[in-house]
Write a protein that binds this ligand. Structure first.
Ligand code: FES
Length: 499
């Protein structure tokens, strides 16, 4: 059988293949991936690779893109491919704030903490004898080639793609362990333990469990983990999920934030395609999830980008003129989530966007040839309304007022770049909480790390999950009303602009 050799980040991966497969499909089965924003239709040019050896000649789409595309290139015989050092890879957040505890590690010489996100995967490798982080690895989740979001993947799994999705998760995990071991110069076999967090669907797919229960009313998971398993020949701990759509990632983020150790009332928000919200009060964690859509990740925005060089990541007014900063100080190519929120905040303050979201102009220039369009503003309204109404509903259900909240923890990569004042200006978070925000980064991974390094926390994480009280938002009249109200932007102006 012919062999494909893939180089990524200086690390070699080999795979035998049969027939004449498309490269992106083989990459996905190897647990490797390239971004595929156009879904492999050859239109976006984002899946570009370098190829040598027996591969198909460039087709018309590749000629137009000016390079080889993983979604078009066909493997014919022995060949070699180099994947670019992905910009997305550099942006995957590995750091998160945990709280240091005593070292009571899981068994073995080395272990890895892993966050299986819907879009990105992150792994940190530790020497268990002293708790040192010795290497890291990150990937775009190869399952994004099947579907971008959780519901799409559940649908695919139920239509016969479950074994493929499971193979993709295991393959990606295996390749990340390998990459981290090569970086740390240790044998792969010496990694004996894994602590793997992720949302409920990601853990279902990793274990090859049918997500049927997650796909239909009453949307109750028939498996909530909080258990040991054998994965890739290693002992792996899968932390407990709280329900079908509030997963182990939030249980771990809650652990890392330390909120359950305190008396004070606290709110934890992870702003993603699926916004997850948890409110800690009197020993109970009230939890909800809300479909915010991908606007804050730059998707569905006409000139939206993820956090890549050239993306506008902050916008402000200076001497009455709009100013913008781009990642890497590159010429502006588009706008990412934090820039989008800043832009809407500034344009609200300057009166160019009305409280209803209406704009007079056909488009609003942010910088260079980058514009914001009325449909983009509508997408921001929908996304922010889902999160803000979710927060309000949880506060209402648990009898909490903004003044009662001691800390608002913002978890996830997006939160780390967010300007809190802009977030409050557009009504994404309650204005009263701006002075109480604590940004905790990839807290899911930090929580998994705590479990890896301190097994006493297995009890803590179980208690957090057991304290969960789910507040359903679907069909909830209070949520529906709050959602309609939150579609409006706050009226009042902040006055001061951030330089
Ligand atoms: S995925 Fe868009 S061109 Fe290949």
């Amino acid at each position: 059988m012919p062999k494909l050799t893939v180089w990524q980040n200086g690390i070699r991966h080999d795979k035998r293949f049969e027939g004449a497969p498309v490269l992106s499909r083989v990459l996905a089965e190897m647990g490797l991936s390239v971004p595929q924003p156009c879904g492999g239709r050859g239109r976006c040019g984002k899946c570009r690779v370098e190829a040598r050896g027996a591969v198909s000649p460039p087709n018309a789409l590749e000629e137009k893109a000016g390079g080889r595309l993983a979604c078009q290139l066909v493997l014919l015989d022995n060949c070699e491919v180099t994947l670019p050092q992905s910009q997305e890879m550099a942006q995957i957040q590995l750091e998160g704030r945990g709280h240091a505890g005593a070292l009571h590690p899981m068994a073995g010489r080395y272990g890895a903490a892993v966050d299986l996100g819907t879009t990105t995967l992150a792994l940190k490798l530790y020497a268990l004898s002293d708790g040192r982080n010795i290497a890291s690895a990150a990937r775009v989740n190869p399952q994004t080639a099947v579907a971008a979001d959780v519901m799409g993947r559940i649908g695919a799994a139920l239509q016969g793609e479950l074994p493929r999705l499971e193979r993709m998760a295991l393959g990606a995990l295996d390749s990340m362990v390998r990459e981290a071991c090569e970086k740390a110069h240790i044998p792969e076999g010496s990694v004996e333990t894994l602590a793997i967090t992720g949302n409920t669907t990601m853990l279902y797919l990793l274990r090859g469990l049918s997500p049927l229960a997650l796909s239909r009313a009453p949307f109750e998971a028939d498996h909530l983990f909080g258990e040991w398993a054998e994965i890739l020949g290693r002992k792996a701990y899968l932390p407990p999920c709280m329900n079908a759509f509030v997963g182990a990632d939030i249980t771990c983020a809650a652990l890392a934030s330390g909120l359950a150790e305190k008396e004070e009332t606290a709110l934890l928000v992870d702003v993603g395609t699926n916004g997850e919200i948890a409110l800690w009060k009197d020993g109970a964690l009230h939890v909800a999830s809300t479909a915010a859509g991908p606007a804050f990740e730059g998707a569905g925005i006409r000139m939206g980008l993820s956090s890549v060089p050239g993306a506008i990541d902050s916008v402000w007014l200076e001497d009455g003129r709009l100013k913008a900063h781009t990642i890497g100080d590159m010429p502006p190519k588009g706008v990412c989530g934090s820039g989008l929120i800043d832009a809407v905040a500034v344009l609200l303050d300057s009166g160019l966007i009305e409280e209803t979201g209406r704009v007079e102009a056909e488009r609003l220039r942010l910088a260079g040839e980058v514009y914001l369009y009325p449909a983009d503003i509508r997408a921001v309204q929908l996304a922010k309304a889902a999160i803000a109404a979710g927060i309000r509903t949880l506060m209402h259900a648990s009898g909490v007022k903004a003044d009662d909240i001691h800390t608002l923890y913002i978890a996830g990569g997006f939160g780390s770049h967010l300007d809190i004042h802009s977030a409050a200006r557009i009504g994404l978070i309650p204005r009263e909480l701006t002075g109480k925000v604590s940004v905790i980064g990839n807290a899911a991974l930090a929580g998994a790390t705590e479990l890896l390094l301190d097994t006493k926390k297995l009890t803590d994480v179980a208690l957090i999950a057991a304290s969960a009280r789910h507040v359903p938002l679907g069909g909830n009249p209070w949520f529906n009303e709050a959602y309609m109200e939150e579609m409006l932007f706050p009226e009042e102006q902040q006055g001061a602009f951030r330089p």
